[in-house]
Design a protein around this ligand. Sequence first.
Ligand SMILES: Nc1ncnc2c1ncn2[C@@H]1O[C@H](COP(=O)(O)OP(=O)(O)OP(=O)(O)O)[C@@H](O)[C@H]1O
Length: 337
Amino acid sequence: MIKLEHISKTFRVGKNKIEALKDVSLEVNKGEIFGVIGFSGAGKSTLIRCINLLERPTNGKVFVEDRNVLTLNKKDLRKLRRKIGMIFQGYNLLETATVYENIATPLRLEGVPKDEIKQRAEKYLDIVGLTDRRNAFPSQLSGGQKQRVAIARALAHEPEILLSDEATSALDPNTTDAILELLLRVNKELGITIFLITHELNVIQRICDRVAVMENGKVVEQGSVVDVFTRPQQAMTKRFISNEAKFAIPAQLRGELLKTGKLVKLTFLGESSKDPVLATLAKQFDVLPSIIAGGIDQLKDQSVGNLLVHIKGDQSKVETAVKFLHEQDVLVEEVNA
Ligand SMILES: Nc1ncnc2c1ncn2[C@@H]1O[C@H](COP(=O)(O)OP(=O)(O)OP(=O)(O)O)[C@@H](O)[C@H]1O
């Protein structure tokens, strides 16, 4: 649906060159929610703006539904942009217009017939749950409500793709959750492909199917959310994942535990979380597993369980037990001193 091939973007500021994007390639499938995560300055905004050509890449190709958008004339580009809605962190609403007019005015400018404007504005106000605030002005709304208006405004153009530029970054956690729920519905019920950028891990975990991790203008890792977040390959990705912090145990305790056995971090995905692996360890290998820490993360459609386990016993028995764990349907990471 969206394909970026070897995109680079260099900004010139006076004599300086800033390479905001360096050879970025990625593909977003129709119907999925694809997220790009990275810290500030990684190049996320520049990347998302290259899709609808708010920013023109210095090099590379941008395909939307197999059309290279860089070769489109002005008229075709306008047409293409109608297929691509966009929402922003700052909402970009017309402050002097009511909620209804914020949705209706752009449709009027686009030449949509009067009856249809009314029908679409009402339909999308209902979908975002703001029918009763149609006559309010943006200054009378909360941040979450403003973002709902912005979403309704984008949807009213009946796009196939929705680009989301840090749409929840200015919102508190509860409001963020509600907006993420709404984006999930928009994706599922209206079949709209969503490409979003964020610096919040929670956003990726809650709603994305696939993710790309960006650092210094490059995509350093990409794949399904489950794969990337349960088997992160790059230090950058690991920094985003708080498991390590969750399982940070005092150095002294870790030292003591390592004297009497091994410490392993186990990650259980979906069905594997139902297997009684720890009971099996104790029974079959004559070792004593004890849980030091644990938790469950909910990814979009899957729960991921994490346990930090101490396995106590004879060295050779412990090693056989760990080998057995590696053969099971769990991810095993040994924790060393
Ligand atoms: N119009 C511009 N002119 C010059 N430099 C720019 C421009 N836009 C972005 N940059 C630079 O490109 C780099 C990437 O910026 P970008 O905004 O894409 O990153 P980001 O990951 O979205 O970060 P943030 O969340 O802070 O916006 C930064 O070094 C930034 O200063």
